[in-house]
Design a protein around this ligand. Structure first.
Ligand SMILES: C[S@@+](CC[C@H](N)C(=O)[O-])C[C@H]1O[C@@H](n2cnc3c(N)ncnc32)[C@H](O)[C@@H]1O
Length: 281
C-alpha cells in the first residue's frame, strides 16, 4: 500500500464523525483546563480548537473575557460555529496554520491546547509563536502525545506499510527536550510530565472509526478511499486488543515577565544545551 508523502500542513477533519466518537480528549481537556488560573476577564486562545468542545467549556469561566478559537480545518470550525449559538459574540474564530505565527494583533492572557501539538513538526518555532502571542506572565497549558505515545499503533503501521511507512506524521517528544524548547522560547515556571493512559474501546466498528478519523488521518491524506478503509482495518487487526496505549505529555508554563527575564532564561537554556552537546571544533 503506497503512502504518498506526509505533511504537517493543516488538513480538513471529518468533524461529524469526530464528535460522534467516544473521545478520551474530553477527559484530557478537563484536566488541562483545570490547570488554568483564571479570574474571569482573560482572553484565552484555544489552540487547535477542533469542534469547539473546550471553547464552550471555557466560556462560563470567562464571564468578562473571551476565547479566540484557532484551527486549520474548515469542517472542524463549521462544527464549532454551530455549537456556539448565542455565545458567538464572545468567541473569535480564526482559521490558521498553527505551525505559523498566530494572526493576533493583541497579546492574550493564556493559551490552552488539547491533543494538537503532536501534529506540528517544529515545536521550538511553535513555542516561540505562542510566547509572542502571550502577554508577559501569560499562561500556556497544553497536553499532547508524548514519547512512546501509541507505540503499538506505530508498530502495527510499520508492519502494514513496510518501506512506505512515513516517518514524520506525528511528533511525540519527551519531557526534557520539551522543557529545553520552552526555555529557549522564553518560558519560565515550567512543568512537563509524561502520563501513560490506556484507552479501551467497546466495539470493533467504533475502534476502526476512531483509528480512521482521529489516529490515522495524517497517514490517510493522499491515499484512495478504499485504501483508507483498508488501512484502519489492517491496523486494528494487528493490534489484537481494542485499546490504545496513549502516553500524554502535559505542559504548564508562563511567558517570562520581562525581556531581561526572557534573555536570562534563554541564556540558561543555551548553556544547558551546550553542556549536553559540547562543541567539537
Ligand atoms: C485531535 S484534534 C483536537 C481538537 C480539540 N482540541 C479536541 O481536543 O477535541 C487536532 C486539531 O488540530 C488541528 N490541527 C492540526 N494541525 C494543524 C495545523 N498545522 N494548523 C491548524 N490546525 C491544525 C486539527 O485541524 C484538529 O482540529
Amino acid at each position: 500500500m503506497a503512502i504518498h508523502g506526509s505533511s504537517h500542513r493543516p488538513r480538513d477533519w471529518d468533524a461529524e464523525t469526530y464528535d460522534s466518537l467516544p473521545l478520551p480528549h474530553a477527559r484530557w481537556a478537563a484536566l488541562t483546563i483545570s490547570r488554568l488560573r483564571l479570574t474571569g476577564s482573560e482572553h484565552v486562545v484555544d489552540f487547535g480548537c477542533g469542534t469547539g468542545r473546550d471553547t464552550v467549556r471555557l466560556l462560563p469561566m470567562l464571564p468578562n473575557g473571551r476565547v479566540i478559537a484557532i484551527d486549520g480545518s474548515q469542517r472542524m470550525l463549521a462544527a464549532l460555529r454551530a455549537r456556539l449559538g448565542s455565545d458567538a459574540d464572545r468567541v473569535q474564530v480564526l482559521k490558521a496554520d498553527l505551525s505559523r505565527p498566530l494572526p493576533l494583533d493583541d497579546p492574550v492572557d493564556a493559551v490552552v491546547s488539547v491533543a494538537t501539538l503532536h501534529w506540528l513538526r517544529d515545536h521550538s518555532a511553535v513555542f516561540r509563536h505562542i510566547a509572542d502571542t502571550l502577554r508577559p506572565g501569560g499562561q500556556f497549558v497544553a497536553e499532547f502525545g508524548g514519547y512512546g505515545n501509541i507505540a503499538t499503533v506505530t508498530a502495527a503501521l510499520a508492519d502494514v506499510l513496510g518501506s512506505e511507512m512515513p516517518a514524520d506524521v506525528w511528533n511525540f517528544p519527551g519531557p526534557d527536550e520539551t522543557r529545553r524548547r520552552l526555555e529557549g522560547a522564553g518560558f519560565t515556571d515550567i512543568s512537563v510530565d509524561l502520563a501513560p493512559d490506556l484507552v479501551t474501546f467497546d466495539n470493533e466498528r467504533q475502534f476502526e472509526q476512531y483509528l480512521h478519523t482521529v489516529v490515522l488521518g495524517g497517514h490517510m491524506r493522499s491515499i484512495s478511499r478504499l485504501q483508507r478503509v483498508g488501512l484502519a482495518r489492517s491496523v486494528a487487526t494487528r493490534l489484537q486488543r481494542r485499546e490504545l496505549d496513549y502516553v500524554r505529555l502535559r505542559v504548564n508554563a508562563r511567558r517570562s515577565h520581562s525581556l531581561a527575564e526572557a534573555a536570562h532564561v534563554r541564556t540558561r537554556a543555551l548553556a544547558a544545551t551546550r553542556s549536553t552537546h559540547p562543541r567539537v571544533d
